[in-house]
Design a protein around this ligand. Sequence first.
Ligand SMILES: NC(=O)c1ccc[n+]([C@@H]2O[C@H](COP(=O)([O-])OP(=O)(O)OC[C@H]3O[C@@H](n4cnc5c(N)ncnc54)[C@H](OP(=O)(O)O)[C@@H]3O)[C@@H](O)[C@H]2O)c1
Length: 246
Amino acid sequence: MTTRPTVLLVGGTGRTGGRVLRELLARDVHVRAVARSRARLPASSAGHPNLTVTEASLLTLREDELQQLVRGCDAVVSCLGHVLDFKGIFGPPRDLVTQATTRLCRAVEAVGGPTPVKFVLMSSVSVHRSRDLDARRGSLERAFLAVLRRLVPPAADNQRAADFLRTQIGPENPAVRWVVVRPDTLLDGDVTPYALHEALVDSLFEPGSTRMANVAHFMAELVTNPETWSAWASKLPVIVDAPPRS
Ligand SMILES: NC(=O)c1ccc[n+]([C@@H]2O[C@H](COP(=O)([O-])OP(=O)(O)OC[C@H]3O[C@@H](n4cnc5c(N)ncnc54)[C@H](OP(=O)(O)O)[C@@H]3O)[C@@H](O)[C@H]2O)c1
């Protein structure tokens, strides 16, 4: 059974976020998008009757403005990411994803609707669950990741945002339920068969690939298909493209 919820989307001007927006609108979902510039949203979404756009920088919205945005939403989807240039990677805000995730979840908690709101976070396979839950990486890989998190702020930011959901929000929060989606190397292309795994499957040195269209499809499934949601709630699914059938 599918439902048509109201979804708050942040990061909808990005490569993956734009695909999520198109996927949600194609499913007749009502979308509230927050974007620094509405002109950067996919052209096909302009004027769509199910789309409401708030032109603002998410991190500078006041708490009451955020609460107004999440009020009445069934789900929040975040595809925010650091822009991949020197300023985006090393400049402020170094905690973009953590700050946005924290503020949005706290706003949802403050509003306190009748049922928990689903929070879907775009993350990465560089993010791990607690030691015992993910396959243990080799020592070289662990050393590489430690350096990456120390030197490249977005890597640490993605980990902290996932840790916030896992440890601060937790699995039984009455206001927020969450899924952290972990794609591997992002690729263009249309939706194809894809695989979902509870734990890491590929090494950082021999990465897998994930079409952004497949991430968008899975995120839209999470917020519209209750069975998909109950299969993955409170988990950090790794999503990779399925190998072509021979
Ligand atoms: N690249 C990969 O292979 C890969 C693989 C796995 C996971 N990931 C993760 O996936 C996420 C999304 O990747 P993507 O390539 O789809 O992202 P993207 O195209 O770079 O889009 C980033 C989004 O974040 C927004 N944003 C950036 N800085 C912001 C700020 N200071 N305030 C408000 N909004 C801001 C951008 O808005 P504007 O349009 O206004 O700039 C845009 O909507 C990233 O977190 C990345 O770590 C990437």
